[in-house]
Design a protein around this ligand. Structure first.
Ligand SMILES: NC(=O)c1ccc[n+]([C@@H]2O[C@H](COP(=O)([O-])OP(=O)(O)OC[C@H]3O[C@@H](n4cnc5c(N)ncnc54)[C@H](OP(=O)(O)O)[C@@H]3O)[C@@H](O)[C@H]2O)c1
Length: 158
């Protein structure tokens, strides 16, 4: 099972501000949807609470340290660690799983994922949440897709 981080960052690495993504790009959202549709998406509790409801056509897996946490929505499951969430996806025999943020979850999963799909937005914004540093000794860009508002960089491990 391929484990893939998908994120959108500003030129300065910002991914969030005050619990939200500080830009709106319907084209980027479409790219995100087309890439992740049909596969499980893993996210931190804060990211889920910022989007407030599950994204259609994908199992939403929420990570929280709170063992009591549960949501009323269909197609949402909660695990108390990233490891348990990945293990669940492996036992369900998914071909791929996408890790969709936010900052805390990207930082912890960068160590074990196989690929990164990063949309670099053509803007700089202020923010309080950043994507972790991508070490060029570990990751190489294998493909790029150009859009008006952003460039998608596909990274694999060297
Ligand atoms: N630009 C993008 O692509 C993008 C994507 C996603 C999110 N974002 C932005 O990122 C920001 C949110 O990121 P964030 O770093 O503040 O929060 P986050 O990573 O979404 O969630 C953090 C929460 O996840 C849980 N968690 C983290 N590590 C855990 C572990 N090892 N085991 C169990 N639970 C764990 C904890 O939940 P509990 O507190 O419940 O224990 C923690 O408070 C928002 O601004 C959002 O809009 C941007």
């Amino acid at each position: 099972m391929k484990k893939i981080i998908i994120a959108a960052t500003a030129q300065n690495g910002v991914i969030g501000n005050s619990g939200k993504i500080p830009w709106h790009s319907s084209t980027e959202f479409k790219h995100f949807k087309q890439t992740t549709i049909g596969f499980p998406i893993i996210m931190g509790r804060k990211t889920f609470e910022s989007i407030r409801k599950p994204l259609p056509g994908r199992l939403s897996i929420i990570i929280s340290r709170n063992p009591e946490l549960s949501y009323e929505f269909e197609n949402v499951v909660v695990f108390t660690s990233l490891e348990k969430a990945i293990h669940y996806c492996e036992t369900e025999k998914y071909e791929k799983v996408f890790i969709i943020g936010g900052g805390e979850i990207y930082k912890q999963s960068l160590k074990f994922v196989d690929e990164l799909i990063i949309s670099i937005m053509k803007l700089e914004v202020e923010g309080d949440t950043f994507f972790p540093k991508i070490d060029k000794n570990i990751w190489e860009v294998t493909d790029k897709k150009e859009f008006d508002e952003f460039t998608v960089c596909y990274y694999s491990r060297i």
